[in-house]
Design a protein around this ligand. Structure first.
Ligand code: CDP
Length: 250
């Protein structure tokens, strides 16, 4: 997505700031968000395959907080819809299933986990091509979003998180000062997904995600936009950590 007029557009080409230990940066970071009054929340949004998972995972590890892929929750519910033989286009059947579905969000080694209806999700279920094809229409259903957003907020009320998704800065945690939008050109994103060997029509998902009525993918006005097209993951992570450090007054 192209940044809108007036947005800050920072391209961190050539950024080579030395990695600094966050253990010494500030009280809030130092305790991983657990002992401060409100847990540290880092919101990382962006289109499909922009590299935001990699960045969020590394940022979370550097800060000692939990990495949460909110897309995994939408994927988990989509998997469950398909398992139940429900047509993803049958909104009322999807809503009925949602009402009787339990989600359990946990944590393993600093990474958020999700179980749907008691079934722990693995990459096998979450990255299946039928899930890729059905997830965006299901994520566009307002009731699905309301339910998962409330699970996300509940989860983050108990621990610091670096959460990535589409609406984390705009809708889920609009109060956090730490908002990032990780972008990359459509060509680079398609190539990244192909390199993972995953069948995924990301252009189509992007179209649905950006045009849906309920919390579409947008660039929050106060988010720092990082174009990762020509940057290594390390460079993007360094840029994000530097911005967090700056906001925290270091
Ligand atoms: O990894 P990738 O960026 O391709 O997608 P994902 O983060 O796993 O998200 C899969 C789909 O879930 C997205 O295409 C959106 O339709 C939906 N999603 C959403 O609507 N809101 C979020 N916060 C996260 C994901």
């Amino acid at each position: 997505m192209a940044p809108g007029p007036g947005k800050r557009f920072l391209k961190f080409s050539g950024l080579r700031s030395p990695r600094k230990s966050f253990a010494s940066v500030s009280g809030t970071v130092h305790d991983g968000g657990e002992m401060s009054q409100s847990p540290l929340i880092i919101a990382i949004d962006g289109p499909a395959a922009s590299g935001k998972s990699t960045v969020a995972k590394r940022v979370a590890a550097a800060l000692g907080i939990v990495f949460v892929n909110s897309g995994a929750m939408y994927r988990a519910f989509t998997w469950w819809v398909l398992q139940n033989g429900i047509d993803p286009g049958d909104t009322s059947a999807v809503r009925d299933l949602l009402a009787r579905t339990e989600f359990a969000c946990g944590e393993e080694d600093g990474i958020g986990t999700i179980a749907v209806a008691g079934v722990p999700m693995t990459r096998h279920e979450l990255a299946a091509s039928d899930v890729n094809a059905a997830v965006s229409p299901i994520a566009a259903i307002p009731e699905v979003r309301e339910r998962l957003v409330s699970e996300q907020r509940r989860y983050a009320s108990a621990r610091g998180v670096a959460m990535e998704g589409r609406d984390i800065g705009s809708v889920v945690f609009p109060e956090t000062p730490h908002k990032f939008y990780i972008d990359a050109s459509p060509e680079v994103r398609e190539a990244r997904r192909r390199a993972e060997g995953i069948e995924d029509s990301i252009a189509k998902r992007d179209r649905i995600d950006s045009s849906r009525k309920a919390s579409p993918l947008v660039v929050s006005g106060d988010a720092l936009i990082v174009d990762s097209s020509d940057l290594s993951a390390d460079e993007v992570v360094d840029a994000v950590l530097a911005a967090i450090r700056e906001k925290m007054g270091d």
